[in-house]
Design a protein around this ligand. Structure first.
Ligand code: SF4
Length: 337
């Protein structure tokens, strides 16, 4: 029996479902080749931890609830504890766990309202994103499938208009958006998507090349593996909007040196030139004519660097991303006394 056959591929948590919707290959690699995952960067770790802090703070929207811990409990024990709390009549459960036919999800806040159970999914962002629809719909699907009467599904995110005045008030800090209608509609599609993902997992590794989806809606944690053939100074290092990088990539144009100049906007042209020639690329401007103390006339010709190659303390070559703070008086012409 192969490693692949031995593994249970049918289990799909909410996170894995979302991962699979973003890219089938990412889900496949997660299941069969987790060793190819990128290391978690400190920045990502910080993001996770700030996300979970926001989640804990949002519990104050419905204080006095019971938490189902993740640590130290198997998934089935978490599900059992959640069911026990529901039976007991607990009105608010944090991190409530549910499973249905190989699916699993945790609900940030589950609250018993007048008309039924309410799902609150907490995000640390300040605006609604399309991917959250799938997130909430998946929870709605799993909970309804277990027979729980769900009357409402909402997204909770940070209100960017909030101004702190004294203690932080959860009611004012968060925006609650009712997504029940959409969750109902989208939940109907979830079983079909689950079926597709499970079928894909039974086959060979999907033949998927890199694309926009590698960082949208989330940065994929297999980027180091899939992007290993992209060299330094590639088209993907081009700053600014302009030329469609993936369009170039699909045409076989990968390195900056292979792009014809006419395809680039002004800034990108400057960047490519600077990168390839490793030189300061400048736009000439005369910024001032000054009279010296001695009475001589000085014209300062300022070469404003747009792209500035430098070597960092770590010994790596870089091209500056910003030119605004670089001192740039290069040349001075003195007039006669
Ligand atoms: S890096 Fe891109 S192609 Fe590779 S698994 Fe992730 S999303 Fe898919």
């Amino acid at each position: 029996m192969t490693d692949k056959a031995k593994r249970d591929v049918s289990y799909l948590s909410k996170t894995l479902f979302i991962k699979g919707l973003q890219c089938h290959k990412a889900l496949y690699l997660h299941k069969y080749h987790p060793e190819l995952k990128d290391e978690i960067s400190p920045a990502k770790e910080a993001l996770f931890s700030s996300g979970s802090n926001v989640g804990v703070f949002a519990q104050q929207l419905f204080p006095g609830g019971v938490e189902i811990p993740y640590e130290g409990l198997s998934l089935s024990d978490q599900i059992k504890q959640t069911q026990a709390e529901i039976k007991k009549g607990t009105a608010t459960i944090y991190e409530a766990a549910f499973g249905y036919k190989g699916t699993f999800c945790k609900v940030d806040i589950l609250h018993k309202g007048k008309k039924g159970w309410e799902i609150y999914e907490v995000k640390s962002g300040t605006r609604m994103k399309d991917v959250y629809y799938d997130d909430v719909a998946f929870q709605y699907y799993v909970l309804r499938s277990t027979g729980l009467p769900v009357s409402r599904a909402s997204l909770v995110y940070i209100n960017n208009q909030y101004v702190k005045d004294g203690d932080i008030e959860a009611d004012s800090l968060f925006t609650i958006q009712n997504l029940t209608k959409m969750a109902k509609k989208q939940a109907a599609v979830v079983p079909r998507e689950l079926q597709k993902l499970r079928k894909m997992l039974k086959g060979d590794i999907p033949d998927i090349d890199i694309g926009e989806y590698c960082s949208n809606p989330y940065d994929c944690d297999f980027a180091g593996h899939c992007w290993s053939h992209i060299p330094e100074n590639s088209i993907f290092d081009l700053r600014d909007k302009g030329v469609d990088k993936f369009d170039l990539y699909r045409q076989g144009i990968i390195h900056m040196k292979d792009i014809s100049k006419g395809m680039l906007n002004f800034k990108q042209g400057i960047q490519v030139e600077g990168t390839l020639k490793r030189k300061i690329v400048s736009s000439k401007r005369i910024y001032g004519i000054f009279l010296n103390r001695s009475g001589s006339l000085s014209i300062f010709l300022i070469l404003k660097p747009l792209c500035y190659p430098f070597r960092s303390l770590m010994g790596q070559d870089h091209i500056s991303k910003s030119h605004s703070n670089i001192p740039c008086i290069i040349w001075e012409k003195r007039g006669r006394n």
